[in-house]
Design a protein around this ligand. Structure first.
Ligand SMILES: Nc1nc2c(c(=O)[nH]1)N[C@H]1C(S)=C(S)[C@@H](COP(=O)(O)O)O[C@H]1N2
Ligand SMILES: [Mo]
Length: 422
């Protein structure tokens, strides 16, 4: 589906579209022309995707579409929702940091293969005095910061609208694994904006990815200048001590801690700083809360999602099969106003709650990290439901009930987890 959308957006195979597609995957103009004259569109596409040349030339768009990989990592550890959406299995995670191999992927089109040598980041708009075009090395040469932060899709827990509230929401039916916790290194977006001479009149900062092969069309998100100038909003080039994996935005992505994942633009290509409030798809028709409880704001159909909500989930398969006897059960909890201070669990649908032990990261600033929690549970044969509820340092807790929104964002009621004991 995503590949189809991509093909539609880019008109793959129609000259200019093909170039945009190839360029977005890091191909130089010279190599593009060489491949085009040597083997036509097939050779260009094969080179883009790193796949061997097909033995028979594609005859139509269908074949071409299947060439573009949606992601590069091994899908084996994930719940694969199709269209480049890989849900992390929390049960694979013991420690606080999510290994990159297990880090969830959410692509609105497909992962890109960008050559950092050709890549440029443009910083422009009517609220910068000194428009810039930065190379990868320019970014690496700037002061760097490293901290642990979770990254969570606005639609994490979306399937619970149907399961818990009986009202299905549109979109990828994520369980509880559209979230992961990584150690990020990058340069503050703040420093880049200052270098570009951001003016006092700046209101909106638009981040644009290279998704559609061009910084004119890529996946994008607007943030207010205050969030962009927050020193914790990063332009990240490293995850867990390694260069960013392709699926997570190599060579450079934004990381907007505490905000919905959609603001953390991958394969970043362009930043526009504007004196006006900007409205694009991802704060008007998408990534906005649409429903009776959410009066529309500005040009949006609802209330644009920005800051995440506090949540917790068990690191167990759904349903979980446990052996009888005392079991150590663990899970993870995250809040945009972290750290998480308290997690409770209930095996009687919330009639009584018991305290779990909360383990926070010991290293440096842990404000944006999720916390691990664990508790002992006496497993007796039968079928059970365990729920968890987190509370953060600011006193926010998961609510008993939240209003429905059409696109299923920010579900954070306690999640019932089915458990079977043999
Ligand atoms: N360029 C670009 N950036 C993007 C996306 C995308 O499709 N294209 N998806 C966004 C969404 S919706 C989420 S939840 C996060 C997911 O980041 P991850 O795939 O590294 O886990 O990336 C965001 N950044
Ligand atoms: Mo997302």
């Amino acid at each position: 589906m995503a590949a189809e959308r991509l093909a539609r957006q880019e008109h793959i195979g129609e000259g200019a579209g093909l170039w945009q597609f190839a360029h977005g995957r890091g191909m130089t103009r010279r190599r593009f022309l060489h491949l085009l004259s040597a083997g036509g569109a097939t050779a260009v596409l094969a080179s883009c995707t790193g796949l061997p040349l097909p033995t028979a030339a594609p005859t139509g768009a269908e074949e071409i579409r299947t060439e573009a990989p949606l992601y590069y990592k091994d899908p084996a550890p994930f719940i694969d929702h199709g269209s480049g959406n890989l849900e992390a299995r929390l049960e694979n995670m013991e420690g606080l940091i999510t290994p990159s191999r297990h880090f969830f992927v959410r692509n609105n089109s497909a992962s890109l293969d960008v050559d950092s040598a050709d890549w440029r980041l443009a910083i422009e708009g009517d609220a910068v005095a000194n428009p810039l075009s930065l190379a990868y090395d320019d970014i690496l040469d700037m002061p760097s910061r490293t901290f642990v932060s979770y990254l969570e899709c606005a639609g994490n827990h979306r399937s619970m609208f149907d399961l818990v509230k009986g009202q299905a929401a549109e979109g990828t039916q994520w369980g509880t694994g559209a979230v992961s916790n990584g150690r990020w290194t990058g340069t503050a977006l703040h420093d880049v904006l200052v270098r570009a001479g951001i003016t006092d009149g700046a209101v909106s900062v638009l981040l644009v990815g290279l998704d559609s092969g061009s910084p004119e069309e890529g996946f994008r998100r607007v943030m207010p200048v205050e969030k962009a100038m927050d020193k914790d909003t990063l332009l990240a080039y490293s995850l867990n001590g390694e260069p960013l994996p392709k699926d997570h935005g190599f060579p450079l992505r934004a990381l907007a801690p505490g905000w919905v994942g959609a603001a953390s633009i991958k394969w970043l290509g362009r930043i526009v700083v504007s004196t006006k409030q900007l409205w694009t798809r991802n704060n008007t028709t998408s990534y906005t809360l649409i429903g009776d409880a959410y009066p529309p704001e500005g040009e949006s159909l609802g209330k644009p999602v920005a800051v995440q909500t506090i949540k917790s989930a068990l690191a167990l398969p759904r349903p979980a099969d446990l052996a009888g006897g005392e079991q150590r059960i663990h899970g993870f909890a995250q809040s945009p106003a972290g750290p998480v201070e308290k997690v409770e669990w209930s095996d009687d649908f919330g009639a009584t709650w018991n305290g779990a032990t909360v383990i926070e990261p010991s290293e440096g600033d842990s404000r944006y990290s999720w916390a691990r929690f664990e508790f002992m549970w006496d497993a007796r044969p039968g079928e059970y439901t365990i729920m968890t509820r987190a509370t953060d340092a600011a006193g926010n807790s998961q609510p008993d009930e939240i209003p429905f929104n059409e696109k299923g964002y920010l579900f954070n009621q306690p999640v019932p987890h089915p458990i079977r004991v043999a």
